[in-house]
Structure formats: structure tokens, C-alpha cells
Write a protein that binds this ligand. Structure first.
Ligand code: ADP
Length: 233
């Protein structure tokens, strides 16, 4: 099973992708996280991406497509995976279709987290993230138990550099202009729109409600079990 999590910056993709990945036993792949790792490592890709990400634009399709293809060719993706933040352009969507066809995966299931635009800037400015395990907190709605510290591994939380108001505004504009049109590409596929302006637990219940029949149809209670049997969902 290949899942695509769609939604504007601050729509809760990262939070839901962690929950879904844990529930289904498939890896969650965030191209944003991967690019931040490349920057941290000081790679050529990282230095190409750095200033683009800092300004809220999109990294070039060729670079991101190549990075994604490498990641999904790793063994943990053999039976399915979840993509958070990819594809973000029609070119990337076409590239992904070819890639999935080559690997004999079914067409992806698209989950679109829809959040009113005026709620996003506030959400992002109160967001904090654990740089170690990538868990996302929100100072208003989901604060850590100890201020500034990750509940799971005790790492000091960080504010993403591109969560400043100016860059957030540009990221939202880029989403509206370039990424929202990608949704039209998937309209006639397995496409589900989900209201993202509710609690993370409620949204996750809706997502499991959507996915359970698909998982059940494939004769398994979760993908991990299917993976053990060498079956693609
Ligand atoms: P958000 O969805 O909140 O904007 P991400 O972590 O998904 O955050 O992305 C952060 C930045 O990484 C984006 O603003 C963009 O510059 C870059 N990026 C991530 N994914 C892609 C992609 N698929 N194509 C191009 N650029 C990307």
C-alpha cells in the first residue's frame, strides 16, 4: 500500500504520518525531513536545497525525485510506504506514477488534510519539533510534559527555521499556487478529503476508518503482517 499525505504547511501531516506509520507498520517518508538531514550533513544536495527551503520555495523536481527514488528502493519500503510532502508538483506526481508502476505497486491512496488557510500561520508559529525522533508538538494544543523537552527521548525541542511568519506565508503561497493543483491530478483516484481542523486523535480515527476496509480487503490486519508474508498491499 502506498499512501500520500497531502495538505498545506501546518495541516498536521507530520503528526498523522507518525501515527499511521506506527499503526500500519510501514515507513513514513517526509521529503522535508530528508532535505533537512541533507543540509545537516552538508551534502551537495543539502547545499542546493538550503537557501530555497529558507525562503519557502520548492526544491527542484529532479533533485527531489532522485532522492525519493533512492529512499523507496530501500528494503523497508518493499511492501508499502507513506509519503508526507511528496509529490508537491505535477511533474513529481507523474514521476511517482512511473516509479510505482515499475515497482508493481497499486495506485496510491491520497489523504488530503484540509485546513482553512487563516488557521495555518498561528499553528506553525507555535510548532516545535524533536530533531531526534521528529515528533511534532504544539505549544497551544499538544505541549510536551516538560517545557522544551521531547517526551519520548528527552532531546531539547527546536523551532524550524522556516517557521518564521514571513517564510510561512511564502510556503502557504507556494502550496496554493503549485501544490494544490496536484490534487486535481488525483481526483479520479482513491482520493479522500479529511477536515484537518479537529483534534489529531479524531483525525486519526477518520483515517483508520478509511484505510481499514482497504487493509481488510487485502486479507490482513496490518501491512507489517502482510510484509512478513511477502505480499504487496
Ligand atoms: P511543510 O509541509 O510544513 O512546508 P516540509 O517539511 O514538508 O514542511 O517541507 C519543508 C520544505 O522542504 C518545503 O518548504 C520545500 O522547500 C522543501 N520540500 C519538501 N518536500 C519537497 C518536495 N516534494 N518538492 C520540493 N521541495 C520540497
Amino acid at each position: 500500500m502506498v499512501l500520500l499525505l497531502f495538505g498545506p504547511p501546518g495541516s498536521g501531516k507530520g503528526t498523522q504520518s507518525g501515527k499511521i506509520s506506527h499503526w500500519l507498520g510501514v515507513p513514513a517518508i517526509s521529503t522535508g525531513d530528508m532535505l533537512r538531514e541533507e543540509i545537516k550533513a552538508g551534502s551537495a544536495l543539502g547545499s542546493a536545497a538550503k537557501s530555497i527551503m529558507a525562503s519557502g520555495g520548492l526544491v527542484g523536481d529532479d533533485l527531489v525525485n532522485r532522492m525519493l527514488a533512492q529512499r523507496v528502493s530501500l528494503p523497508d519500503c518493499a511492501h508499502g510506504f507513506l509519503l508526507d510532502g511528496y509529490p508537491r508538483t505535477v511533474d513529481q506526481a507523474e514521476y511517482l506514477d512511473n516509479l510505482l508502476a515499475t515497482r508493481q505497486f497499486h495506485s496510491p491512496i491520497v489523504l488530503h488534510l484540509d485546513v482553512p488557510m487563516d488557521a495555518l500561520v498561528g499553528r506553525l508559529s507555535s510548532r516545535r519539533q524533536c530533531p531526534q525522533c521528529k515528533r511534532i508538538y504544539n505549544l497551544l494544543h499538544q505541549p510536551p510534559r516538560t517545557p522544551g523537552i521531547c517526551d519520548d527521548d528527552g532531546t531539547p525541542l527546536i523551532t524550524r527555521r522556516d517557521d518564521s511568519e514571513e517564510v510561512v506565508t511564502e510556503r502557504i503561497r507556494t502550496y496554493d499556487e503549485v501544490t494544490r493543483p496536484v490534487l486535481a491530478y488525483y481526483q479520479d483516484r482513491k482520493y479522500y478529503q479529511i477536515r484537518g481542523d479537529r483534534s489529531p486523535g479524531y483525525i486519526f480515527e477518520e483515517i483508520t476508518g478509511i484505510l481499514e476496509p482497504v487493509v481488510a480487503k487485502n486479507g490482513s490486519s496490518c501491512c507489517a503482517k502482510a510484509a512478513q508474508r511477502g505480499q504487496k498491499l
